[in-house]
Ligand binder design. Structure first.
Ligand SMILES: [Zn+2]
Length: 301
C-alpha cells in the first residue's frame, strides 16, 4: 500500500500554535523514510499503487499544501539534502499576490489578543465548519464582520508566517526535478460550496495560471480542506475534464488497488506529531488502529 503524507507549514523554531513542523523534526522524519521506505513522486506512487501489478508495499509520496514561503525556506533545502521528491499544491491567486488564504486570515484573527470565544482553540474547528458551508462572498463578509467586531484590520498582505512563494521560487523548485507543482485551486474555496461552473473554473483557471507561470504541465490536484463533504463526486469528472490525472483529499488512509485516483487519502503530519506517532502512522499501525476503532463502532464506522 502507498502512503501519501500531507504537510502544511514548517518553521525553524516552535511557533505559538505548534502546528508547523520544525526543521529538525522534518529532518528526522525524512531520515526515517529514507531508511525504511521508497520515497517516490506522487504520480509514481499513484501509478504503482493503483494500476501496476508489481505493487510495492513500502512506498511514500510527500505532499505539502497551500504554497507558503516556509516550504521554500525550510523544507525544500531538506528535499535537496536527502534528494527526495515532493508535490507542492499551490493556490494560484495566493502565489500571484492577489490575496492571502482566507483560512489563514481566520488563524491570524485567532492569534490576536482580543479574539472572541468562537476562535478559541477548542471552538475554532466548529467555526471553520460553519464557514466551509458558506458561499465565498458570504464567508468573506463574515470574516470582515468578525475583524470589525474585534476592532482589528486584516493586513492587505499576509504576515511573514503566512506569506506565499513567488512564481520564480516555484520555477526554481520545479526545475530542480525534485518538486512537482500541483493545483490547489485559484482561491481555496470549499468546492461543495460552489456551483458547478464556478468549481470547474477554479480547476481550469488555476491549472492554466500555474502552467503559464511555472512552464510545466499540471497533472495533480488537491481539494481545499479535503474532508468528506468538502467535495462531491461530480468534481472527479470535472477534474478529468480539466486535464488532471489525480487528486488528493485530506481524509486519513492508505492508497491501495481499489483507491480512486481522484480521491486519494493522505496521512496528515503536523508539529504535534512526535517521531513515534509519525512512524506509527507511516508504518500503518495508525491505519489499522483507525480501521479497528471504526469496526468496533468507536468512530461510528
Ligand atoms: Zn489548503
Amino acid at each position: 500500500m502507498g502512503r501519501i503524507l500531507m504537510y502544511h507549514n514548517f518553521a525553524n523554531s516552535r511557533d505559538a500554535d505548534g502546528d508547523a513542523v520544525l526543521v529538525d523534526d522534518a529532518r528526522a522524519q525524512l531520515a526515517y523514510l529514507r531508511r525504511h521506505f521508497e520515497v517516490v513522486p506522487l504520480p509514481v506512487l499513484v501509478e504503482t499503487s493503483i494500476s501496476d501489478s508489481r505493487l510495492k508495499d513500502r512506498v511514500v509520496a510527500l505532499t505539502v499544501d497551500d504554497g507558503r514561503h516556509n516550504f521554500y525556506e525550510c523544507f525544500y533545502p531538506l528535499l535537496k539534502e536527502f534528494a527526495l521528491p515532493a508535490t507542492f499544491f499551490v493556490v494560484s491567486s495566493f502565489i500571484g499576490g492577489e490575496d492571502w488564504i482566507w483560512t489563514d486570515k481566520i488563524l491570524w484573527l485567532a492569534e490576536q489578543p482580543c479574539r472572541p470565544d468562537a476562535l478559541d482553540t477548542d471552538m475554532i474547528d466548529h467555526f471553520f465548519a460553519e464557514l466551509n458551508e458558506m458561499r465565498p462572498a458570504v464567508r468573506d463578509c463574515k470574516i470582515a464582520d468578525l475583524a470589525t467586531l474585534m476592532q482589528v484590520e486584516i493586513p492587505p498582505l499576509p504576515p511573514q508566517k503566512y506569506a506565499p512563494c513567488s512564481w520564480s521560487e516555484l520555477r526554481e523548485m520545479a526545475d530542480s526535478g525534485l518538486v512537482e507543482i500541483g493545483s490547489h485551486t485559484v482561491s481555496h474555496p470549499i468546492l461543495s460550496s460552489l456551483g458547478e461552473p464556478e468549481a470547474l473554473w477554479q480547476l481550469t483557471e488555476s491549472r492554466s495560471q500555474i502552467e503559464r507561470n511555472v512552464g510545466r504541465k499540471v497533472d495533480s490536484f488537491c481539494f481545499p480542506n479535503g474532508k468528506l463533504g468538502d467535495y462531491r463526486t461530480i468534481h472527479f469528472r470535472q477534474l478529468q475534464d480539466a486535464g488532471y490525472k489525480r487528486a488528493v483529499a485530506a481524509r486519513f488512509g492508505l492508497v491501495n488497488r481499489s483507491s480512486n485516483a481522484f480521491d486519494l487519502p493522505r496521512i496528515g503530519i503536523s508539529g504535534r506529531s512526535d517521531l513515534i506517532s509519525f512512524c506509527k502512522d507511516v508504518d500503518g499501525a495508525g491505519y489499522y488502529q483507525w480501521k479497528l476503532e471504526a469496526a468496533l463502532g468507536a468512530r461510528g464506522a
